[in-house]
Design a binder for this molecule. Sequence first.
Ligand SMILES: NC(=O)c1ccc[n+]([C@@H]2O[C@H](COP(=O)([O-])OP(=O)(O)OC[C@H]3O[C@@H](n4cnc5c(N)ncnc54)[C@H](OP(=O)(O)O)[C@@H]3O)[C@@H](O)[C@H]2O)c1
Length: 386
Amino acid sequence: MTRAYSISVDDVSGERARVNEDLDQVDISRIIKLDELELAEVGLRDVRLKILAASGEHNVDHAALADTVNIAELRGGKIYPGNSALGEVTEVGAEVTKFKTGDIVITHCNGGPDQFGFPKYIWAYDTPDSIGWYSEEAVVGDWQIVHAPLDCGLNLWEIAALPLRAPTAYHLWRRAEGIYRVKVPAERQSTLNVMGFGGGVSELFLMLARAKGHNAFFCSGSPERRKALEAHGIVPIDQMAFNRFASRDDSKAFVKEVRGLTDGEGMHIICDMLRGPVFAAGFAATARQGVIVSAGWQLARSVDYNSAAASIKQLTLDHTHFETLYGVEAATELYGSVFKPTIHKEIYAFEDLPRAMMEMHEATQTGIPIIRIAKEMPESVASLIP
Ligand SMILES: NC(=O)c1ccc[n+]([C@@H]2O[C@H](COP(=O)([O-])OP(=O)(O)OC[C@H]3O[C@@H](n4cnc5c(N)ncnc54)[C@H](OP(=O)(O)O)[C@@H]3O)[C@@H](O)[C@H]2O)c1
């Protein structure tokens, strides 16, 4: 048995009933519960992990709120969440060749690749029977883990921040850049204006843009996160100055600001993980031939836009999900050189994970939230703990 967090449909419904279905009042720390779980036997191609640290991920917020789909209900009443973790290998199956006891690894959340490697499902979310890693121990297939790049220059918490968000950003970036380049080749325009709206994935997306020499802009509501990105040469835009695009006038003022920052050009590439009012503001801020990419729908699933305006401006909207297995390995190569994540100032204890998720929900954290799961850390990572 291992201690593991779960989200049950009864707790989701109970909390919704308590707040009369007003999702703004939901306290998700009352829904994510410390539970127990019987681990599967270690099969021939399986690996047993001691989970050392995990990052708070927004899909867990969606699972607890049931605001997009009621995933606990769809999965039969309960899920064990957590699809980004760093762990130590404690046992390997007889046919495992790439990993050995003592290795430090990171997980990825591609829960079932299609014929071209793209995920049909996400692990610990909609992959049938998948068990997540907000737990003290786990048993995973060897295809689900990658060696952690311990010598990349990041500390342990920074490495633990990246397993889900970095491959997502990597995939978004290579799609956005590729699509833009179909329309405007590099010899016609080498430097692009790239903007991301608040959140961990967008921050990493902008680091990729910056590493390629583009102008990068971060439109976020958090002064701490804007300041952290500014240190990487990424220009901050205060989203609160435009009331998170609550009215048409706010969006108009935002577009004016963007034109001012970009010599009247607008944004060639935009990463919008939120949708809702953010989508409309981004749509209006695009340059001709612009590309808007998204792998998220944090505020709304549907978008509405003027197709004629999009055609006339030659805009492309692209929808991505998580990376392929190869892409996950490639994204991991960029830890420390390109990806230098901002970490929330508190490292949460395992028992404080529900509070970490609530604070992520409230968007009050100063960076990506990290939960330290193991009290005792292996000697191999001791020097990486700040
Ligand atoms: N498909 C995939 O593979 C995939 C992978 C990762 C994430 N996602 C999804 O993408 C979305 C973002 O993920 P993430 O990891 O980047 O999230 P995150 O790090 O948790 O950040 C979310 C950000 O949203 C911003 N925000 C919160 N409320 C807002 C509001 N009312 N209006 C505008 N902005 C608001 C906040 O930034 P500021 O306060 O700084 O503005 C917050 O930091 C989530 O829905 C997540 O589930 C999908």
